[in-house]
Design a protein around this ligand. Structure first.
Ligand SMILES: [Zn+2]
Ligand SMILES: [Zn+2]
Length: 121
């Protein structure tokens, strides 16, 4: 009358601690989730904790949805003008180290863009 030694398939898994690539915090990849991964045929362990994974999925979905609609995502980045210090917004992500100017400073430095003579020909 020995107890059945039929292995339950879940006993081969142990909880694993993984460091999230996004936030650097440790999270537990539970044996239950490992079974789920195996059942799905996934070979690689997760790289992100749940909140980061969710955030990433939402970012991707937002981008894909925008692309599907043919909508260009409108960007508005708050900056301070490198010349006069005025708070302004620009429709692009300024690269690091690059000066960003407010509209009036930009025009002051590029007066040509306002010259009517350049329009048409
Ligand atoms: Zn994370
Ligand atoms: Zn300025």
């Amino acid at each position: 009358m020995s107890p059945a030694t039929q292995t339950s398939s879940e006993s081969e898994f142990n909880d694993v601690e993984i460091v999230c690539v996004d936030c650097g915090k440790k999270f537990v990849w539970t044996s239950g989730e490992q079974v789920f991964f195996r059942d799905k045929g996934l070979k690689n362990p997760p790289k992100r904790c749940k909140p980061c994974k969710k955030a990433k999925t939402e970012r991707l979905e937002a981008i894909l949805a925008a692309q599907a609609l043919g909508v260009k995502q409108k960007v508005e980045v708050a900056v301070n003008c490198s010349k006069c210090g005025t708070y302004t917004t620009v429709p692009f992500y300024p690269s690091q180290g690059r000066p960003v100017y407010c509209r009036s400073c930009y025009i002051a430095m590029n007066p040509d863009i306002l010259k009517p003579g350049l329009r048409g020909s």
